[in-house]
Write a protein that binds this ligand. Sequence first.
Ligand code: FAD
Length: 349
Amino acid sequence: MVIGAGQAGLSAAYHLARQGFAPGRGSVVLDADAAPGGAWQHRWRSLTLATTHRVHELPGLPFTPASEDLPAADAVPAYFAEYERRFGLDVRRPVRVSAVRRTGDGRFLVEADVGTWRARGVVNATGTWTRPFVPRYPGQETFRGRQLHTVEYRGAAEFAGRAVVVVGGGASAVQLLGEIAPVARTTWVTRRPPVFREGPFGEEEGRAAVARVEAAVRAGRMPGSVVGVTGLVVTPWVRRALDDGVLTRLPVFDRITPDGVAWDDGRFVAADVILWATGFRAAVGHLAPLRLRTRDGVIPVEGTSAVGEPRLQLVGYGPSASTIGANRAGRTAAVTLRRLLADGGLARS
Ligand code: FAD
């Protein structure tokens, strides 16, 4: 049983089939979205393939979009739809899983809005998009303007002529500032001074970064942000924003007032909009009945196996929360389950 049909879930389903868990009989994928595409279908339309960091193709099928200028929200879902067809994956949607429990006979009971399934093993691939994270600041509820998270961002036009405070030090914050600044008055605040890096991220550095996240998740600690490890890569659009002076950053404010944001040293910035580009948490609330979470809210994993419950595999999680990481994790999860469940199917409805 795979929960979620984004990059991680599709990679897992592909590899499960190769490990002998045939789609339909041996494995099914339950997906909450109404259409293929995982979280990509919900991303803002100005996020094109050219402005992503790079969407790695899924195993076994080249990704050959007609143009790099296509919105990722169109190109990736079309590719995922083709992928599901090509490999005959049994994806059922829309099916939202609400709880995964242990049964008395060593299986899992997967409860969803449209029914229940019994499974000998579960690959959880539910991503983060449905769990945007917004930190709390004093006075936040008094703000008279609009607060939104990046998941609600649809384009710069709606902010024309407004005063917008963008919060967050990641790639999304930088990209949205680059889009909004030409039409609005923007202020950028981040907790730590951003570190920009010229040139690509080396393979060695990549491995070291993944190892750090792995160590944190294995120990049940919240891993730091990706950018905290890699720095902000100076892509052409970041270069433009830097040159235009858009990326001048202030430390994060101390409180929010009805009309803006304020610092204890007396500074104040008026705001009509606060845009929280403050990241996500793993969408694993439905796994709560398994009682695997630490006090940090993290399910410790070793490789892709939940510590203490290896028939639960977590992919697209912690160190594998990228398109390339999700690809690799899908394979690891399938091979691990094959070993654990040597004789039979994963799912029985
Ligand atoms: P998702 O794509 O989120 O898929 C999760 C699936 O699970 C969804 O289809 C959802 O419907 C389903 N689901 C969720 N909850 C339930 C439930 N309870 N029951 C049933 N189904 C459920 N990575 C890169 O490598 N390169 C990039 O350029 C890049 N750009 C990014 C840009 C943005 C703005 C963001 C936010 C992320 C970006 N990433 C990028 C990260 C990357 O998108 C993800 O790490 C990757 O796509 C992994 O996808 P996933 O399968 O884990 O999750």
